[in-house]
Design a protein around this ligand. Structure first.
Ligand code: IMP
Length: 208
């Protein structure tokens, strides 16, 4: 079986940049939703990362008729019973812990809410989760997951990455994910680990 193109089904610029770097040397052309003329909306309304990723991969692959990689990712905070989890992107806007006003942008509102909910709390353990689905409409689907353990900082530091990176300190580090270079982040990140697993499964299938 031959795969020469894959569509990364995300509108998140930070995620897309990381996917392009992580998939840069596998010899497959990587397209994004911005490359597609006709647009469709796929709602992420499921209760698990895997169900959301499967839904996105299938709907985009069926519509555009090319293989798709879709990801659902998020941050799980132990003290908050694994919230924001699948609600990470719109945490500021859900009832849990009270809604947070958006002053600058949604990422900052999410961070402010999380820091507010952890004020005075000892347990700041957290992990990033990435679940990635590859779906080929003519053939098969596979999935892989990756985790990155760490803790939540007291205040945002750093300009790199996206989302919750400025308040996430990876295990074994003294700086936040937003202070790492993209190469350093890709080596240890949930997304980097999931993509490398997915590629090793795909290689076995493609060469079989
Ligand atoms: P998704 O688009 O539903 O997968 O939402 C993912 C959300 O989780 C993003 O909007 C970020 O808020 C957060 N997130 C996922 N991966 C990362 C990461 O690598 N760094 C920081 N935040 C992330």
């Amino acid at each position: 079986m031959q795969i020469d193109k894959v569509l990364i089904a995300t509108t998140n610029k930070g995620k897309l940049k990381e996917f392009k770097q992580l998939l840069s040397n596998i010899g497959i052309e990587v397209l994004s939703l911005e490359d597609m003329k006709e647009k469709i909306d796929v709602e992420e309304n499921k209760k698990t990362f895997l169900e959301n990723a499967i839904k996105k991969a299938k709907e985009y692959a069926k519509f555009y008729k090319i293989p798709v990689i879709a990801e659902d990712a998020g941050l799980e905070v132990e003290e908050l019973g694994r919230y924001p989890g699948v609600y990470s992107a719109r945490f500021y806007d859900i009832e849990f812990g009270g809604k947070e006003p958006v002053k600058d942008n949604k990422d900052k509102a999410n961070i402010n809410k999380l820091l507010r909910l952890l004020e005075g709390k000892e347990n700041r353990k957290a992990r990033f989760v990435s679940v990635i689905v590859f779906y080929n409409p003519e053939d098969f689907g596979i999935w892989a997951e990756g985790y990155c353990k760490g803790k939540i900082a007291k205040k945002p530091v750093g300009e790199g990455g996206f989302g919750y990176d400025p308040i996430f300190i990876p295990e074994g580090y003294k700086k936040t994910m937003a202070q790492l270079t993209s190469e350093e982040k890709n080596k240890i990140s949930h997304r980097g680990k999931a993509v490398r697993k997915l590629i090793s499964i795909l290689k076995k299938i493609i060469t079989a």
